[in-house]
Design a protein around this ligand. Sequence first.
Ligand code: HEM
Length: 514
Amino acid sequence: MRSFNSEKMDIPIAAAGLVFAVLAFRWLTRRSSPRIPGPRAHPFVGHIFQVPKVKTWKYMERLWHEYGPIVKLTLAGDDLLILNDPADAEALLGRRSKIYSSRRPLVYAGKYMSGNMRLTLLPYGDNLKKQRAAFHGMLQPRAIGGYEDMQHDTSLQLLVNLYRTPQDFYTHFPRFPASLIFTMSFGQKMKEDNKDLAAVQGVLYDFVRDSNPGAHLVDTFPILDKLPDFLSPWRAEAKRKHEDTIGLYRRLALDVKKRMEKDPELECFTARLWEQQAKMNLTDDELYYVSGSAFAAGTDTSSITLLWFVFAMATNPETMKKAQREIDSFFDANTLPNFSKMQELRYCFALMKEVIRWSPIAPLSFPHYLDADDEYKGYHIKKGTTVISNLWNMHHTESEFPDSYTFNPDRFMDKKAGTGDVADRLGDDIYGFGFGRRACPGQHLAAKSTWIAVVRTLWAFDIVPEKDELGHPKFLDIDDCSNGLTSRPNPFPATFVPRSSAHIDTIMASYERI
Ligand code: HEM
């Protein structure tokens, strides 16, 4: 016979049993998300010691072949999602752009070095929308037509420089987009010895270096930002860089404002910003940053593309000759090419696409950052994940780009021609300008600027690799390039040989007129 006491004891035991049963049922029937494929991680540090800082995209190419289109890595607790298939990038960065359009908060480069005002590093939100809208005014397809005269003049200067000192081509090509965007931004021609250019290039150099993942310990371990100043000398350094940058941008923008007083018709990006400052709701500091950022974001990207173009021509002479035959059929030696035949020179346009495909300037694009938890293809993707669209792998997908390591513009000649202005279509069929709401706002400008530089250079010069003692062309290694957010070919030997004296006469006669 059971005692009263033992009956009393049964109640909590039964309750505990019930709770246990419910938990066990839940555990057994839980829908756990499958693990996102990727290499095994070390406890605590994750893959921090496996991801090389040098040519990271090569390592990621191996992961793609081993683990498939979606790969996850973990760096000291931070998840990194790598998208190798453009369809996944479109689905997430494109169609779910509301939550996939942020940038990872960077303490050094974002908070202190940019005062949280640099467009490329801004999180998704009102400030970003404001700055992108301001950019759009300058860079939308309709506005681009207004820059043709500047593009003609600056590309003519490029030809003259290549003729006078061909051995310095490695500095001439970057100078072309730099002087173009400088003139567009600040409404005055850039002198050859312009000190502001060197200063802006310094800002850019710092930005690329300091925003590179792993550049500063505080961005891997943000808790270090809690340390006082005397234990954090990096903070003063970052703040000093911010003061230098905004000081420079302020001076350039105020100079435009002063010139506007004398010349209310002054036509440039910064003048438009001053006129519309109130409408765009930009503070003075934001205006300085927007006005300076076009230069910073557009110069390096365009110049690296052009350096890869030179590299491609020096290593693919038959392709170069084919493009020259197309150009010659429209422009003889007495006629400097201009934009009038941009629609017709289809092979030259395909050649530019191929440059961007073959060697994308940012092989891993600019990483996006996820603002909320998400589910995709059964995987759980955590808020705060850094999302990389791996342009390198996308551009080397054999099913889409057969024989993908070969430089071959013909692969784009069979594609649908499309309608409307060809300049709006440089990004079609390739992925080199990114995805979703952070996609490059400068691609229409880049299309026309790089096109005129490419066509004029090939019209005027043969680009030939230097020869060794035996007269054989020197080997140029595509892997001999810089590492970081962007990747440019390291200086390489190539020669620019004028195609005829008539071409040079045409160049010099046109140059005298500007
Ligand atoms: C061939 C030349 C160029 C290439 C290949 C290129 C490529 C790219 C790529 C891959 C991105 C990152 C997109 C993403 O986050 O998904 C980007 C962003 C950007 N580009 Fe370009 N770009 C070029 C020229 C230009 C030019 C000429 C300008 C302006 C004058 C420009 C302004 C920008 C800006 C402001 C961003 C940041 C956008 C944001 O964070 O919201 N780019 N570009």
